[in-house]
Ligand binder design. Structure first.
Ligand SMILES: [Zn+2]
Length: 285
């Protein structure tokens, strides 16, 4: 096996596009700084709503295949070479929005056995031996079944890997400080007349918003803003970008954050907000 770089970061996401929206600047920054960045995506987002009318015919496996292509393009934009589908492409499919009959599809990620899926992820953890793992909070940031399941699988995989020889020192959940989100939406309201979007979203549309004090870590990705925007644009079926804003299929404008925020949930909580996910691991930049 080839020797991996000293710093290794693993991100666990539900669908292609979540990584670029939540962590695009972080991924680009650490990849550029020579860290090994690994993305594990749990489904191909086969039940995502498609924005461009000319691609509206895509659905199911055809949409999944298309989104895999978008993911590859996004990873090129971020400079990330190691990205994988949990259990291989098509192992788990998108579960659709919470409460839909789609949630009962036996092949969907929501129906996956958590220990089994976590076992597949634990194999990746044991291979990569990351110091840092990033995923969502227990509500999946905003309640989508695949995001909740990604959280459960990631947290269980950390336990399984610890039993098998690699105890991930630091685990983070994606966050946005409430004050940052409020300021960004206030700016958005002023900017809206000049944007190609008709309506502004609201703070509740942003996953992972918490009180500022809960946020332990801020990664300044300002220098990677263009890479993040390019990665988001690569997800053509899902996102329309007009920097520093974007819309999803609901057409409600949201801020595009180039500083990305986290809450440390495994590892020693820092007294002051950190600026490096690897702080305290002996591999800080
Ligand atoms: Zn998602």
């Amino acid at each position: 096996m080839t020797e991996l770089p000293d710093r290794r970061l693993l991100l666990v996401h539900a669908h292609p596009d979540d990584e670029s929206i939540n962590n695009g600047a972080t991924m680009a920054r650490y990849a550029a700084e020579g860290a090994h960045v690994t993305l594990v995506t749990c489904t191909l987002g086969e039940r995502g709503e498609v924005i461009p009318p000319e691609l509206g015919h895509l659905g199911g496996a055809a949409l999944g295949g298309h989104r895999l292509g978008e993911l590859k393009e996004a990873m090129r934009a971020l400079g990330v070479e190691d990205f994988r589908l949990l259990g291989g492409a098509g192992r788990y499919c998108d579960s659709g929005m919470m409460g839909l009959p789609d949630n009962d599809d036996p092949g969907c990620f929501w129906q996956a056995d958590v220990d089994q899926a976590a076992g597949l992820l634990a194999e990746v953890i044991l291979e990569i031996r990351p110091q840092v793992l990033v995923t969502y909070d227990d509500n999946g940031g905003y309640g989508h079944p695949d995001h909740i399941q990604a959280h459960r699988v990631a947290m269980r995989a950390v336990e399984l890997a610890a039993e098998q020889g690699w105890d991930v020192p630091k685990v983070y959940w994606n966050r946005v400080p409430r004050s940052v989100a409020e300021q960004a939406f206030a700016r958005l309201d002023g900017d809206l007349p000049g944007l190609p979007f008709e309506k502004a979203g609201v703070l509740d549309d942003v996953p992972g918003v918490v009180d500022d004090g809960q946020v332990t870590t801020a990664i300044d990705g300002t220098a990677y803003a263009a890479a993040k925007a390019a990665a988001m644009r690569a997800h053509v079926t899902q996102i329309t970008v007009a920097e520093p804003y974007f819309v999803l299929s609901n057409e409600l404008a949201q801020p595009l954050f180039t500083t990305e925020y986290y809450e440390l949930v495994r590892g020693e909580r820092p007294e002051e907000r950190e600026g490096d996910l690897f702080a305290g691991t002996g591999e800080a930049s």
